[in-house]
Ligand binder design. Structure first.
Ligand code: ADP
Ligand code: MG
Length: 299
């Protein structure tokens, strides 16, 4: 949904508060970019964010929105001769900086959806636009490149490398993108480990860490390359509620401080309490999509 008065002024009708991206043509989008360009220039001349007029903040909101756009996404797995429809037509827009939960019963398609978004697998049909790139047309190599540079993963079972220390597990993720010298790299890894609350535990191997600490390493590993998006598939499923809460606090903090977009899958009510957007998925379709006011969410 685009709550945006400027779209109205540009001739897009707003009916029942439901102007969607699919109604925004390329021409409209170009105009939005142009307006944003000029108004951002004005902001750079010393005015402060609070002086933004309504139109400017609307434009910025719209520009901010374009991280992820899914249209008619389906996934059919083949199990021998049987076709298993895991996703049956997902339309979804995710804005930059969101902290969103996808919830639903086991088998409803949560993991499949995260795998499509995270370039781990391709849909059977539909389109996935990520940072203005259409993913469904890319080959495996290019998908891997997008994934490596833009997506961090946090899994239910942590997926840490057992023979590496916490430091080395995190360092390994950033080595793959190879844009830092040795000292920069060390600084970066130490900073992110401290930010997730693991100062002093850098040299421990996974079997010397608790479940919560392992998940913190996994979060640090996901964040160290400064991805646009972190996907977390049932991140608290193996944690007790107190530890889950601590790990979620870490993710909320990183979302606020770094502006990283987070999408979780879960059926843990605790995780849902932290989300600013709740997307319910049932039988491979979005059944409900609900946003909460930021103030209503736990801080
Ligand atoms: P969730 O994460 O919500 O539990 P999944 O996305 O894992 O759901 O699964 C959705 C449906 O797709 C289920 O019916 C599941 O059995 C099926 N499925 C998932 N992965 C595969 C696969 N690799 N091969 C065949 N069927 C699969
Ligand atoms: Mg799953």
């Amino acid at each position: 949904m685009i709550r945006c008065s400027i779209l109205l002024r540009m001739g897009l009708k707003k009916e029942d508060d439901s102007v969607t991206w699919s109604m925004v043509s390329n021409r409209h989008f170009l105009s939005l970019r142009l307006i944003s360009f000029f108004q951002l220039g004005f902001i750079n001349k010393g005015s402060r964010a609070c002086h933004l007029n309504r139109a400017t903040s609307d434009v910025m909101e719209v520009i901010k929105m374009a991280l992820l756009k899914l249209k008619g996404v389906t996934k059919i797995y083949q199990q021998g001769k049987i076709e298993v429809p895991a996703l049956r037509g997902i339309d979804l827009i995710v804005e930059e900086g969101e902290f969103t939960t996808i919830f639903g019963p086991s088998g409803s398609g949560k993991t499949t959806l995260l795998n499509m978004i995270g370039c781990l697998d391709k849909p059977s049909s539909g389109s996935i636009n990520f940072g203005n790139k259409e993913l469904v047309n890319l080959d495996k190599k290019n998908l891997a490149m997008i994934r490596r540079h833009n997506v961090g993963f946090v899994f239910q079972s942590y997926n840490l490398i057992p023979v590496l220390t916490a430091f080395e597990n995190v360092e390994f993720a950033i080595r793959l993108i190879n844009k830092h010298n040795k000292n920069e790299l060390r600084d970066k890894v130490m900073k992110i480990l401290a930010a997730v609350g693991l100062e002093g535990l850098e040299n421990r191997k996974p079997n010397e860490l608790s479940g919560g600490q392992k998940q913190r390493v996994a979060i640090a590993r996901a964040l160290v390359k400064e991805p646009k998006l972190v996907l977390a598939d049932e991140p608290s499923a193996n944690l007790d509620s107190k530890t889950s809460e601590e790990v979620l606090e870490v993710m909320v903090k990183m979302n606020k401080e770094l502006g990283t977009t987070f999408i979780f899958s879960t059926h843990d009510p605790l995780v849902m309490d932290y989300a600013r957007r709740l997307i319910e998925i049932r039988d491979g379709l979005i059944a409900k999509d609900q946003r909460r006011e930021q103030d209503a969410v736990l801080n």
